[in-house]
Write a protein of this length. Structure first.
Length: 152
């Protein structure tokens, strides 16, 4: 079984993974030059839906529609919630289900990808006791690979 952190990227196309990463890196580079706008971006990130939330919401809507259609039309519609819940289970185990490629192409990120950008922006702002001087340094801090020298 794959880990929670990597299961969606492992089942996403490299093209989509690279595009999502490049977009995040471009965001951090932009805000390294426009630090006064970081609080606005952090608020946007707070409201961003991760891919898990999008999958859960879509599944709930489709399952409810299937139950409603079964109650008002034909019981055959019960196949829809059965199918959706099987996809949810598949996603929980593997990190993949049919909506994943579509949602990744639309730019939906995992919670870890969202948090990586948040931590990089916080590093640019100096939230970790040291203000990152560049986007590259902020990105290293966001992944835990920074070697920060503390000046005295």
């Amino acid at each position: 079984m794959t880990t929670t952190r990597n299961r969606v990227p492992l089942h996403s196309s490299e093209t989509d993974n690279r595009r999502i990463k490049r977009t995040m890196q471009a965001n951090v580079a932009y805000f390294a030059q426009h630090r006064d706008q970081i609080p606005v971006r952090l608020r946007e990130i707070d409201e961003e839906w991760d891919i898990e939330r999008a999958i859960e919401a879509n599944a709930a809507v489709i399952a409810f529609a299937g139950v409603a259609l079964a109650a008002t039309n034909s019981r055959r519609w019960l196949a829809l919630p059965a199918l959706v819940t099987s996809f949810l289970f598949q996603h929980a185990i593997q990190g993949w289900c049919p909506p994943v490629p579509v949602l990744r192409k639309l730019g939906f990120r995992t919670s870890y990808e969202i948090e990586e950008e948040r931590r990089a922006l916080m590093a640019l702002r100096g939230d970790f006791g040291h203000r990152a001087e560049s986007a590259d340094e902020a990105l290293r801090v966001s992944t835990g690979s920074a070697n920060l020298a503390v000046s005295t």
